[in-house]
Design a protein around this ligand. Structure first.
Ligand code: BGC
Length: 763
């Protein structure tokens, strides 16, 4: 053989060798054969996958590392990249940006054997670049369409930045404002929480998950996380079955019925079993009774935390318990990647369990359209155009205006006239462009919220401003605890002097954006730091105060309720915060929000919620032996569902009738709602029921319907609610939905104290 022939032969061998490698590495996108259904594609893939690759799909890594390649010093990115190439990763979180995502997706698609695309998850909680109000605030709008649009907008922005999966909505019901994560949920009521959860899922996922601007949603945290004892995050949860079935689980079920793609389990134990290892919650209820066909992702590190809970001996044990109990994907415990293979080989985990998990995960990838186009969410043009789009700012402003709740308005202090002279603005949060963004603000840029001062400026309102005090002493990022100013009152004198010289004082007080959210539990629900003192000193010289409360949770506003003229609860309203607040203060927007959580008079009343059981000694009686406090009333400061308007509403003429025996139209309740004031306004008309006698005692009131009613001054409308048989049923202690005949009461009104009532005996 001459030299040339040798070269030709060698080249041919190399070519063939390369060809073989390329064939064995199926370079995706995997194309679907014409006659194949998506299901076939998944089954085919499952047959081809090695055990390592299957476990890889069940593994999610955090991606705080440079997606473009270089290994950061001391970083662990190299082995993570090796794992990507080896097909040992199914999803990542916290990687965003169309280019970053594309590059990482390319590694998997082009370099791993089967090229199965990654899921890119992120906490898109309330908006993305454009930030909407925190979820608790949005819930105060009771406006399901606006909530859906806000989630839609978030999905459009996030999907333009490479994200295809969000860890939202959080549907944990909570009755405890000490728990910092109440800001992230829908409040205390299971009915409202279910409606809101469903609206958010529909907003994120749209009608076609494979569209480039819809993302997979996650209902979290299954289950009971909002009932953490004493409001301390991650703490034990111990609830009875009636509360579990009737209060905690319904919003998850609503999300499942709305087609939510994934469910995240939770950090807490529920009745002694860590939720992550809870077979009953994940397999019996979620997959079994509810027929859920998406997948379950663990919470961050919650698999290995089962060791700390005293439920697993080591990480391997934790992995086995979690996977068998129904946790399909491991977020950041490294439990599955390191231990599942051996567990399967030793017969401790059946291969069917693995296959089921992988099938569920692949199915969502399929629905997202990732197999057809793994780069569907990586479009530089969309990324340039959509985040912070002006239409999105309009969406954010709309829901921010609707989320504000007017708590007090003595002497019609509000709205302020545009010609009002002598306005002072006082308080550290008035000029803050950061706090209104809340603590889940991954997609946004610091300092991008419109402040209250900017909102007033935009409306050409003349005012003078004194900060009075710093709320915090150091601006921190979301991983740190903020340092509260407990001592520095050096700004008080100037503020008090300004108040003295002014006609009206707008005081903007509350919590910093990083004082609520995950890990931010509080024992005191006052204004942190020196703010209450500032309020009282200003009040001493000028009681004509309009208090604007920015907070991520209900605060105890008892002193303020007794002393100031007007109180406006503005939560953390996102990018458009200041504009929305100015609109309400000046009457361009008639406030229409209603509280999704009860506001306590004092912390000692917590947990406090409207849908309580009655107790055997409801009182009041002349003796001391009834269910009460000797130092505080039982009543909240502001009840669930409460919120004032610049006009007034009157409910009358309630009628209840039994309809056909069909499930859907079982009972009809109607009433007349009149706007008795001088301005047009919107009322959230609420329907509550009480089932007077039941085998498992029912709450004194339960929300079963609500309607948003727009009324001109003096206008009346007839409102009507139709209840199904299920609406009048409840879950017994075995989790069975049952209807028990007997006497029911129906209440219609503007909050949970509604007393316009009619009863009906139902056989
Ligand atoms: C939270 C989850 C969140 C996850 C990923 C956890 O600490 O509990 O709600 O989705 O982190 O960021």
């Amino acid at each position: 053989m001459n030299k040339l022939n040798s070269i030709i032969l060698a080249s041919a061998t190399i070519f063939l060798w390369l060809l073989m490698i390329n064939c064995s590495k199926k370079n995706v996108p995997l194309t679907m054969p014409e006659d194949n259904t998506p299901k076939d594609r998944i089954e085919k893939l499952l047959q081809e996958m090695t055990l390592d690759e299957k476990i890889g799909q069940m593994t999610q890594y955090n991606g705080f590392w440079d997606a473009t390649g270089p290994v950061p010093s001391g970083g662990d990115s190299k082995w993570k990249y090796d794992h990507l190439r080896a097909g040992k990763v199914g999803a990542v979180l916290n990687v965003s940006g169309a280019e970053n995502v594309r590059k990482m997706q390319e590694v998997v698609v082009k370099e791993s054997r089967l090229g199965i695309p990654l899921l890119f998850g992120l906490d898109v909680i309330h908006g993305h670049k454009t930030v909407s109000p925190i979820p608790l605030a949005e819930s105060a709008s009771w406006d399901l369409e606006a909530i859906k649009q806000s989630a839609r907008m978030a999905a459009i922005e996030a999907s333009a930045r490479g994200i295809n999966w969000t860890f939202a909505p959080m549907v944990d019901i909570s009755r405890d404002a000490r728990w910092g994560r109440v800001m992230e949920g829908g409040g205390e009521d299971p009915y409202l929480g279910s409606q809101i959860g469903k609206a958010r899922v529909q907003g994120f996922q749209g009608t076609d998950l494979s569209a480039h601007n819809t993302i997979a949603a996650t209902a979290k945290h299954l289950a009971g996380y909002g009932f953490s004892e004493s409001g301390r995050d991650y703490n034990t949860v111990d609830v009875g079955t009636s509360t579990l079935y009737n209060v905690i689980l319904p919003p998850f079920k609503a999300c499942v019925d709305a087609g939510v793609s994934s469910v995240m389990n939770s950090f807490n134990t529920l009745n002694g079993v860590p939720a992550t290892g809870d077979h009953f919650l994940q397999r019996d209820i979620l997959n079994g009774r509810w027929n859920f066909n998406g997948f379950v992702v663990s919470d961050w590190g919650s698999i290995k935390e089962m060791i700390d809970h005293g439920h697993a001996a080591d990480v391997e044990d934790a992995a086995i318990k979690a996977v068998n109990a129904g946790s399909n994907m491991d977020m950041e415990s490294y439990a599955y990647v390191n231990h599942l293979k051996k567990a399967v080989e030793e017969g401790k985990v059946k291969i069917e369990i693995i296959d089921d998990a992988v099938r569920r995960i692949l199915r969502i990838k399929e629905k997202l359209g990732l197999f057809d186009d793994p780069y569907r969410y990586c479009d530089a043009a969309r990324e340039k155009e959509l985040p912070n789009h002006k239409d999105h700012h309009a969406t954010a402003l709309d829901i921010a205006r609707k989320s504000i709740v007017l708590l007090k308005n003595e002497d019609n202090t509000l709205p302020l006239s545009t010609s009002q002279k002598g306005i002072a603005v006082i308080g550290p949060l008035a000029s803050d462009k950061n706090s209104p963004l809340g603590s889940w603000r991954f997609g946004s840029d610091d300092g991008t919220a419109i402040s209250v001062l900017e909102g007033l400026d935009a409306q050409n309102i003349a005012y003078q401003y004194e900060k009075g005090a710093e709320l915090i002493t150091k601006e921190t990022n979301f991983l740190e605890e903020v340092r509260i100013n407990e001592t520095d009152k050096s700004g008080f004198d100037a503020a008090v002097q300004l108040a003295k010289e002014s006609e009206v004082v707008i005081m903007v007080l509350g919590e910093h954006g990083f004082q609520s959210g995950e890990g931010r539990s509080r024992t005191k629900l006052d204004f942190p730091g020196v703010q209450q003192d500032l309020l009282e000193q200003v009040h001493a010289v000028n009681p004509n105060i309009i208090l604007v409360v920015m907070s991520g949770r209900p605060l105890v506003l008892t002193w303020a309720e007794e002393n100031v003229k007007a109180i406006v609860q503005t939560w953390q309203l996102g990018t458009q915060s200041g504009n929305a607040i100015a609109d309400v203060l000046l009457g361009n927007q008639n406030p229409c929000g209603k509280l999704p959580m009860t506001f306590p008079r004092s912390v000692g009343q917590i947990p406090i919620y409207y849908n309580t059981l009655k107790t055997g000694r409801p009182g009041p009686i002349d003796l001391v032996f009834w269910s009460h406090y000797i130092d505080e009333s039982n009543a909240p400061l502001y009840p669930f569902g409460y919120g004032l308007s610049y006009t007034t509403f009157k409910y009358s003429n309630i009628k209840v009738s039994k309809q056909a025996d069909t499930d859907a139209g079982f009972v009809k309740v109607s009433a007349t709602l009149q706007n008795t004031g001088k301005k047009a306004g919107r009322e959230v008309a609420q329907l509550y029921i009480r089932d007077l006698v039941a085998s498992v005692a029912r709450p004194v009131k339960e929300l079963k319907g609500f309607q948003l009613v727009e009324l001109d001054a003096n206008e009346s409308k007839s409102i009507e609610f139709t209840l199904s048989k299920d609406d009048l049923s409840f879950f017994d202690n075995d989790g069975k939905l049952i209807f028990e005949s007997g006497k029911f009461e129906f209440f219609v009104g503007g909050d949970s104290n509604a007393d316009l009532k009619e009863s009906l005996e139902i056989e």
